[in-house]
Design a protein. Sequence first.
Length: 323
Amino acid sequence: MSNSNEYELPADDKGKLSILVVDDEKSNIVVINHILGDKYNLFVAKSGEAAIKVAHESHPDLILLDVVMPDMNGFQVLSELKKSDMTRNIPVIFITGQNSSEDEVKGLKLGAADYITKPIVDIILEARIHTHMQNIEQMRTIRRMSTTDELTGLPNRRYFNDQINREWNRSIRETSWISLLLIDIDRFKIYNDTYGHQQGDALLQAAARIFKGALKRTPDVIARWGGEEFAMLLPRTASDGAVDVAERIRDSFERLFVPLPDGTPTNATLSIGINSEQPIINELPASGFISKADKALYLAKKTGRNRVCAYQNGGCEDAINYV
């Protein structure tokens, strides 16, 4: 780890949980790295400002936060983290050389998960971290079960709503584009009534596989919006890119055949509505972003189905006409 960097990122290891270590003293960072480095991905920030930046960019599983730092103290950093939807739920453990019950109470009242005093004792730090990480994994399991659609295995609408708020706020900070695709299986009720609910479920599962296969980047999200409707969020993607993704999905699904139990092939088509925007501060995604994509989806269905339409210049257009 270098003294020159304000913050440092770990080597990519997706099998490990991550910890952000915030301390302006290199010796403390070295000690913590020696104790925890083999078990967890460690991010390092050497100032309060850098800690807030890394927490927003990398969303670590846990934060170890020094109280005494030159620019912002640990209490101020924790207060800032609690103000943001993206960071308020990350558990924070204070590590400090100050052995003050008043400071400990203050930290816990601000929302700290734990309080460890220096000098650091290897087995105590390791045991405390292990306990907190177990709790984190248990909570994630519960959350995963509550935010996953059982039939398709995709995230459900609850999860999607959390993600769209998070990515919307990121787009505001980055002044970047964000695109939403609302996807509807055409005449699904007729398909369901004709072939039965089990076959309808098989069609939904096949659609989910195609949608998941279309995701190429980590921030991209596909969720079951409800019934036969799905929602795909494409951060950092402008209209042209969103149309390209939508057309590939529509074409793949049109060429897909889902067999009946006797082997007879069946197929269906998709209608897709798109909205792409560069968000501005104080705008909420639900205030118009989603409804514009819904208007585009309505036009796609109204004008013949099996097509992609996008919200453009205050109205909806067939995407093929302007790409």
